[in-house]
Every structure is written in C-alpha cells, then in structure tokens.
Design a protein around this ligand. Structure first.
Ligand SMILES: *Cc1c(COP(=O)(O)O)cnc(C)c1O
Length: 405
C-alpha cells in the first residue's frame, strides 16, 4: 500500500466531525441560553458542575474559565503564596508552572519516569530527602530558603501519575497535592493503599481540568474546572473565580474574573455523556498502535502503569531520529505533534530559575525523541493502519535505531 497518500491526509486531530455529529443538540444548548439570557453562571453551569463532580467521584466541581485558572485558583485556595515553592515536572505545558508562579510561588522541578513520562516517585523521594532542609519550625524548605508547600503531579497524555507513593510522600512531608488533570478526563488509577480504583482529579486535595477544545472533554471555547472533596477549598475557589465575592458587591478578598459561561457549560454537559465512549475509542486505537509497534526495534511507546487506565489524550512514541520520522510522516500526509519540544527548565521564561541543561536528563531525552501520532475518537480504522504503516516504514528507513525509552 502506498502510505504517501497526500491527497487524503490523516490529520493530527479532527475537531470538526464530532461537532457536525452533535450540531443540532449543540444549537439547542445555545437556544436555551438565549431564551433565558443566563450567560454567566446560573443553572446550566450548576448542572455541569454536578454532573462532572459525579463523574469524577468528588463532592464538588467548580467551573472556571480555563485549566490555567483551575490550577491557579486551586493553588491559591490551598494557601500557596509568595515565598513558597511547589514541586512539579518540567515536561508539561507551561500553564502548570504559570499557575504556580502567578500564585506567587516558585516552581521546583523533579525528573520523570522514562516509560510513563510522569513524575518519578523515586526522584521525588531523593529530592525531598537529599536536596531540602528543615527550618526552625520543622518545615521543609529548599536550599534557597523557600518553604515547600505542594506537589503538582501532571497526568500527562492522559496517563495517571503513580499516585500511591506520591501521596505517601506528601503525607510524610505534609505537602498539599493538586493534580494537573488537564489531559486526563476519566483516567483511573488503582490505589493499593485504598484498595480501589480512583478517578483523576479525586486523588489529591484538588484536581484541575481544562476543557480547551482539543482535550478529551472540550468546550467550543475556553473552559476549565476544579474538583475537590474539600468544602473549604471549594468555597475559596468559588470566591476566587468571582472577584472574591460570595454575595454580590461584598468582597471578602480580591479575586479574579474566572467564571465559566453558561453556553460552554451546556456544551460540556452534553459532551460529557459521550466521554466514556470516546475514551474507549481512544484506548482501542492505542491498543492497535501498541500491537503494531510492539515488535519494532527502535520504537518505544509511552506506557500506561499496570495499575492505571489511561485515556490517551495523546499517543506518544519515542524514537532515536524523531525529526526525520516526523518529516517522513508529513511527506505521507500524516499530521503529528511534539508535546513538548523544550522542557520548561530550558525555556527562556524560566532562565531566572537557574537550571541548566542536564539537570533533568530523562525529561530532556524524552523532549528530543517523542512524537505524538494522530489520536482522536473518530480516527478511522484505515487511517490508523496508514499511520502505523508509515511509522514502521519511515522508522525502518532510519536503519537500526536505538530505543531511548
Ligand atoms: C491544557 C493544559 C493546561 C491548561 O489548560 P487551559 O484550559 O488551556 O488553560 C494545563 N496543564 C496541562 C497539562 C494542559 O494540557
């Protein structure tokens, strides 16, 4: 078969088909909002919040206007402020660290596990034991005297981070855990400590979700949510998203304009009913890709933990000659992405943090070898086959590549 079927490209992501399928019902949502002129907050937002809290198995869900604000409000509501440090990973979207900085704290990075791409609990433990000090009050601090308050594990690509050991360390060192679940709607993790499956966003003190259009559950615009079982944190996030008021024009604190609008909430409530089915389709595609690449020397897929059920926001492989493979796929009309090409500690914006190349070798190696393949629920079987055929063809053309993961 000719993989170079440029007349019939395979897009990296198709956001049109699902919206065509749902068009009538989406328009009904718009009509409902127009009929009541309840555009910001109101019953449509509350209906989504209740449905998404139930979906995530949390007591509360607070709709906000983006995943970035969900992270920022969760951190602020958890008491993170200037002079604090927050531990996270450097192979994430910059929103994770923007939220930390904008809460007034400093991001501190720990390296990741090569097979999952997620925060490595062993590295976290080494960092806490060897690179931190204890101040006069017995609190954990960084070498430059910042008080370490929280950990933000990222469930990258829709794969849950290894939460049992992370939560255990957090308890031991009295750190708050805020999950960046912006890519992990519906992902689940089997907790051996609790003896049950837990949903992403329900394991830490709070979870932050993005409903950016391309996410597994996406709005038709910007949107996000905080999930939590913590009543006090939920109340603070509600205040933060709405100018610090609980009662109109009575401001207990200064907040933000970070509300969710009714039309987006209505769209999300409608799409939430399809999320499990869409995630099943993503998992089936991932299983197909896994099977095709299993025997290929030089192609390593980012893997799911045995104790996790990922939702494949992205399907990511790691190859030695990534840029050549990417060009080859482009010439065959196949769209790809890189998530992310430059780790945050090497970004110009974070030069001030004082890190160097070589500080996080695993994350750096992944950044130079990862490639995200087409992955979306409506990816057709023959498109999946063309992607896999082309990857195998161009990876083989690279000769005896060396697996890096
Ligand atoms: C998308 C994303 C965010 C930010 O979400 P927005 O809704 O775009 O603000 C944060 N963290 C991760 C890991 C993301 O993928």
């Amino acid at each position: 078969m000719n993989t170079a079927d440029v007349a019939n490209p395979v897009p990296f992501l198709d956001l049109i088909t699902p919206h065509v399928e749902l068009e009538e019902r989406l328009l009904a949502v718009v009509n409902r909002a127009l009929a009541t002129a309840g555009f910001i907050g109101g019953p449509m937002v509350e209906e989504l919040e209740n449905a998404f809290a139930a979906y995530c198995h949390t007591r509360h869900c607070i709709g906000v206007n983006s995943g970035t604000d969900a992270l920022r409000f969760a951190l602020l509501a958890a008491g993170i402020r200037a002079g604090d440090a927050v531990i996270t990973v450097c192979n994430t979207f910059i929103a994770t660290t923007e939220a930390i900085s904008q809460a007034g704290a400093q991001p501190v990075f720990v390296d990741v596990d090569e097979s999952t791409g997620n925060l490595d609990p062993g590295e976290l433990q080494k960092f806490l034991e060897n690179q931190c000090g204890i101040d006069a009050q017995g609190r954990l601090e960084t070498r430059n005297g910042l008080r370490i308050k929280a950990i933000v594990p990222v469930h990258l690509y829709g794969q849950p981070a290894d939460m049992d050991p992370i939560l255990e360390l957090a308890e031991r060192y009295r750190l708050t855990v805020i999950e960046d679940a912006c890519q992990a709607h519906g992902a689940a993790y089997f907790s051996k400590r609790q003896g049950k499956w837990l949903k992403a966003g329900s394991m830490g003190r709070a979870g932050a979700f993005s409903f950016y259009p391309g996410k597994n559950l996406g709005a038709c615009g910007d949107a996000g949510a905080v999930t939590t079982n913590d009543e006090d944190l939920a109340r603070k996030v509600r205040m933060l998203r709405d100018h610090g008021q609980e009662q109109k024009y009575y401001h207990r604190i200064e907040g933000y304009n970070g509300r969710l609008d009714a039309i987006q909430a209505g769209f999300l409530k409608l799409k939430l009913a399809y999320l499990d089915e869409w995630n099943r389709q993503r998992r089936a595609i991932a299983k197909y890709y896994d099977g095709r690449f299993a025997a290929a020397a030089g192609i390593a897929a980012i893997r799911e933990l045995p104790s996790a059920r990922g939702v494949y926001h992205l399907y990511v492989i790691s190859v030695a000659d990534r840029d050549r493979l990417r060009d080859g796929l482009a010439s065959a009309g196949i769209g790809t992405g890189i998530h992310y090409p430059v780790p945050l500690h090497l970004q110009e914006a974070y030069r001030k943090l004082g890190y160097w190349r070589g500080d996080f070798p695993v994350a750096e190696r992944l950044a130079s070898s990862i490639l995200s393949l087409p992955m979306f629920p409506h990816l057709r079987v023959e498109q999946q086959r063309r992607v896999a055929d082309a990857v195998l063809e161009f990876a083989r053309a690279d000769g005896p590549a060396v697996a890096v993961a």
